[in-house]
Design a protein around this ligand. Structure first.
Ligand code: PPS
Length: 349
């Protein structure tokens, strides 16, 4: 019998044939994958244990959620928001802890094996969990509960689309939606999926791009995710930010975010935020992920989580044939949605 989630999606296990094909190039799929119909979201099967909890999550008016397809600049915006709301004078000692602990990803329990832990251990999140959620059971979802018990104002991260979040979510809480030129996003995701043990992607770059376009990668399909948010861009609680705009003029974007969240920071404090969250500063402070989560040799070659932090790196990865194919895919979908991507040049970090 098919399972229906509170969001209305029907859970459909992927076919054995598809899994057998994908397992050869990506380890994550060994854990089983499902598609959520009708949108087609592709997630590990474990996601279904937490989907309704997330759909029923009590967001507060003081929360700020960073929402994005992975590799759109989510972490950059999380650090900006946390610094604006918890560290504008750069004196908070917690600033040196992982941003993923200060601002957890609400759906990360889907990477656990059902017992609150993934293959690589929980990399410090379990201590954080015991500290913030005493007496709570990690099996009920470590990350979803971490989000629940974070001190206010909470900065919550999600890569989930609007259709999997509570129906009153936007009316209750402020959401910053990050978007990034898709070719740069795919390049960033390709490297990430290669060096993260949980994914261990071993296929070629070209096939990765095609899997992305065919909606065969975790978190796909891409376009409905963007479309659902873009359609709500005039909602007073939704603030749309292009990664390329942040690269072009960070102070301008910080002023807009300052106004959107009502932080009332001074120009000096915004300068502090810009400096503390620059690519160089964030990279110097280190990986937001725990050692043990990645394959060291692959990570060293790719540059790690803070890989390049630029626009236009796709030019170093795409053949002209593949570029043409992807540009066509982008143009037809973007036109349909009515969104125009900022292509960015090849600025340096
Ligand atoms: S994740 O794993 O989905 O949360 O990744 P996400 O944070 O969305 O995206 C990672 C990419 O963002 C770049 N990044 C930055 N760019 C500019 N400035 C700052 N401060 C910054 N912080 C992170 C990061 O380097 C990844 O992009 P690539 O192109 O791979 O370098």
């Amino acid at each position: 019998m098919s399972v229906r989630l509170r969001s209305g999606h029907v859970v459909e296990p992927v076919s054995e044939e598809w899994l057998a094909k994908m397992e050869k190039i990506q380890k994550l799929y060994n854990h089983g994958m499902v598609r959520l119909i009708p949108d087609g979201w592709l997630y590990p099967t474990v996601f279904t244990n937490f989907a309704d909890k997330i759909y029923n999550f009590k967001f507060k008016s003081s929360d700020v959620v960073v929402m994005a397809v992975p590799k759109s600049g989510t972490t950059w915006m999380q650090e900006i928001l946390w610094t604006m709301l918890h560290n504008p004078d750069l004196k908070n000692p917690l600033a040196n802890t992982s941003i993923f602990m200060r601002s957890p990803d609400i759906e990360s329990d889907m990477f656990a094996d059902g017992k609150g832990r993934g293959d690589e251990g929980s990399g410090g999140f379990d201590q954080m969990f015991q500290f913030l959620c005493p007496g709570k059971d990690p099996e009920d979802g470590m990350f979803v509960q971490l989000c629940e018990f974070l001190p206010d104002p909470r900065i919550i991260k999600t890569h989930l689309p609007l259709s999997l979040l509570p129906p009153d979510y936007l009316d209750k809480t402020k959401v910053v939606y990050m978007v990034r030129e898709p070719k740069d996003l795919i390049v960033s995701m390709y490297h990430f999926f290669r060096f993260m043990k949980i994914f261990s992607y071993t296929g070629s770059f070209d096939s990765f791009v095609r899997h992305f376009m065919d909606n065969d990668l975790l978190y796909t399909p891409y376009w409905p995710h963007v479309k659902m948010a873009w359609e709500k861009r005039d909602h007073p609680n939704l603030h749309f930010v292009f990664y390329e705009d942040m690269k072009a003029d960070i102070m301008k974007e910080l002023r807009k975010v300052n106004e959107f969240i009502g932080a009332n920071l001074t120009e000096q404090q915004l300068e502090n935020v810009a400096q503390h969250t620059s690519f160089t500063s964030m990279r110097e402070r280190g990986e937001p992920l725990m050692e043990g989560f990645w394959i060291s040799e692959v990570k060293e070659k790719s540059g790690g989580f803070f890989r390049k932090g630029t626009t236009g790196d796709w030019k170093n990865h795409f053949s002209s044939e593949l570029e043409e194919e992807v540009n066509h895919w982008i143009e037809s979908n973007a036109t349909d949605i009515g969104i125009t991507f900022k292509c960015g040049g090849s600025s340096s970090g």
